[in-house]
Design a protein. Sequence first.
Length: 646
Amino acid sequence: MTPKTTLYLPLSEQSAETLAAYEARPADILAQWSVHEIACASVIQNAASFAGQSLRLDKTEKALAELISIGLQVDASKGSGEFATLMAARFNRESFKAGLGDLQRIPARLLNPEQIDDGGYVLPSGEWNFHYKIQLSEKLNPFTEDFSTREGKTFTLTSQQARTFRVFQTEPDESMDVQALAGTGKTFMIERMVDSLSRYRPLLLAYTQVQLQALMSRIGAERVVGMTFGQLATECLERDQTKPNRRGGKRAWSTYQMTPSVVAERLALGPVGTMAPWQVAQTCNRMVMRFCFGKDPEIDKRHIPALDTNFSDLDKLALVQYAQRFWQQTIEPTDQKLELPLRGYHRIKHLALAHDAFIDPSYTHIIIDESHDLTWPMCSFLDRCPQPVITLGDACQRLDGNLSKRSPATRNREVVHSIRAGRQIEGVINTLIDQNPVVNVGHLEGSRERDTKVVFYDSAEIPTEPTTILCNSEWGLFEWFQRLGNAGAKFSLLPGADKAFRLFVLDCVELFNNKVRPSHSALFKYTSWSSLRKDMAKDDSAFIRIERMLKKGYKSTDFEASLQWLDSTGKAPLKLGRVSDARNAEVNTVMLAPDLLSSIEPGDKQGAARALAAIYTGGTRARYKLIVPGEVRDWASDLAAIANRF
């Protein structure tokens, strides 16, 4: 892969920040600098001059070379330091700071002190070396390993990617699990694997339709078949025409819902202890969900969620029997009139338990992107498939904290060298990796090709530059939506965040003010604000702030007023969403909202993994700038300590 040409400026970040500081006197600082550093400062200050022009990099470099030449001549004829005096008189701090923020659009980078000491950017005469940008780009280029396909197509990989790819190439009929950290090129590796399997028929799998579409758009739908995990489960289960009760029909629609009271009526659920039938239906639904995401082959008392009610052994037995009925009538109803909702997780668990289900044998290889989203049941099914299964994922991005693992017999490889973000993010990201109680992977190695500035904040202010603001939940989304609206800041919602968001807000208002039962899927089970508060207030700081806003009289009309600032075209400089909405994105500047620093109960390792995964996933979306809460590293350490209690 040919490296992208970048203009490298022989000025360190520390020197640039010193000059940009308000307490600094430009004349005093520039007097200590070389001609080359002073010329860089002037070029940065005037970076906007070539904005929007073609050949911006070439024009910027030519201006740098001319300034260096002038500086050398001035100091030679009028004495050392004269060039510094002249440029100090022309220095504009605000323009300089703006230019620093615009370097990646040239594209240009500052050098680190070691690179400056290595030299090479000027000729022996002191004049600028126009070949330097190519020479250093080639030196920093991580893509050093050359490969070719049987069809003669050539490509290059990083050394870590190459080690993994050679194992795959040598033994294409063996399964493999690749732990590839964020930004290390998982999708690029999948493309190369598909290239090498041109004589075969691989099947690509992804967790969501959005992930699958992004993957297929890179690889080409005409080259390979792709499915979500749920689609695969449906195809495998419904292949047997002698079992029509496995067909989902409208029950499998994502919009299809049923109230707990109707579920209780159709399944003939009776009261259990102090719980009414509709509450029993809610509890059974939660039991079935826990069962579907776990390893257990059948539902038992371990799947009963923590409730305020004290159950007798007889009550627990009744709940287990009702949950078993709920499960069986969901996956293979004996009466089609029951019409219980059928979700993807039901299908996947059913697939794992149904030993007559199998993947079409015409597929020769199974390749899975973002495999950290695999559930235990899906892993169980894949491990018994006769086809080789190649999984590529990042355990640190498992947002629910419930990390599943492949069979111990599966070959394991790691890729930790990022090609997306620079080394500056290592301090934050590797702290999150170290503190995760359920993940054991190597440290992220940032790219030498790119700079990613990390900015810590004490108070979360609305960004003044184009930024993607990422929150933890709908509550954080609600809070920032209103905050941006109140400030009159034009913004747009990320794809995924805009789905049913209006319904969520209006449901909150109606539940709080009028006790109207919500229909939004995240609120559907709550019949009162107090029951919602019981679940949310202990670990979601944004919920507390939203509740405070509602108590002050927030109405649906306030929300509608804020909608005028929402840009539906997606072109607004500020974008807002949850981490889960941005998990497959690459963004120039990311700001992580304070609600991501959530709290957990002592001993809750899964909760800690969930919280750390959210920060990690959001933070690793950034290419050039990451804005994070100042206490993030202390928070991560404290979180791990709490998780390891008891």
